[in-house]
Design a protein around this ligand. Structure first.
Ligand SMILES: Cc1cc2nc3c(=O)[nH]c(=O)nc-3n(C[C@H](O)[C@H](O)[C@H](O)COP(=O)(O)O)c2cc1C
Length: 131
């Protein structure tokens, strides 16, 4: 049996497994915004500790990689539902939310990719960003 629905954190994953006795779990929406949830859950189930978040560069490259694949197959990128507001360093001044809003209103995929590169490059260098 596979359990599914509203599993968004490693703690919830363990709770659902224990509560239901399921053989496994399936993650839907939480993985759309944060694909690292799978390794975070696997690590938590094995060790009982929370993995640190991936470096900004890894988030940037993963996001750009997924969007490039989407662009090649569909000539568009999916709406930026990523957990931009909680990316490392973005909590202050709502920078992540501003970024997400701007990317979602960009007129071309090329603009979206360029804005995403710029956003993460500035995060990676710790540069202060205008909100
Ligand atoms: C965009 C989207 C598309 C989905 N498409 C299907 C589908 O085609 N067939 C299906 O059985 N469930 C579909 N679901 C339901 C998911 O498989 C899952 O049961 C549901 O999202 C609850 O899990 P979650 O809380 O981890 O997202 C879809 C969910 C979302 C968000």
């Amino acid at each position: 049996m596979i359990a599914n629905g509203d599993i968004t954190t490693p703690e919830k994953a363990r709770h659902v497994l224990e509560y239901t006795g399921a053989d496994g779990i399936m993650i839907g929406r939480a993985a759309q915004g944060w694909p690292w949830i799978f390794r975070e859950i696997a690590h938590y189930l094995a060790n009982g500790t929370i993995l640190p978040e991936p470096p900004v560069e890894e988030i940037r490259d993963t996001l750009l990689g997924i969007w490039t694949i989407c662009m090649n197959f569909m000539e568009s990128t999916p709406a930026c539902g990523w957990r931009a507001n909680t990316f490392p360093g973005t909590a202050k001044a709502g920078r992540g939310a501003v970024f997400r809003d701007q990317v979602n209103r960009a007129e071309t995929v090329e603009q979206q990719l360029a804005m995403t590169r710029e956003f993460f490059d500035r995060l990676a260098t710790g540069e202060e960003m205008a909100a």
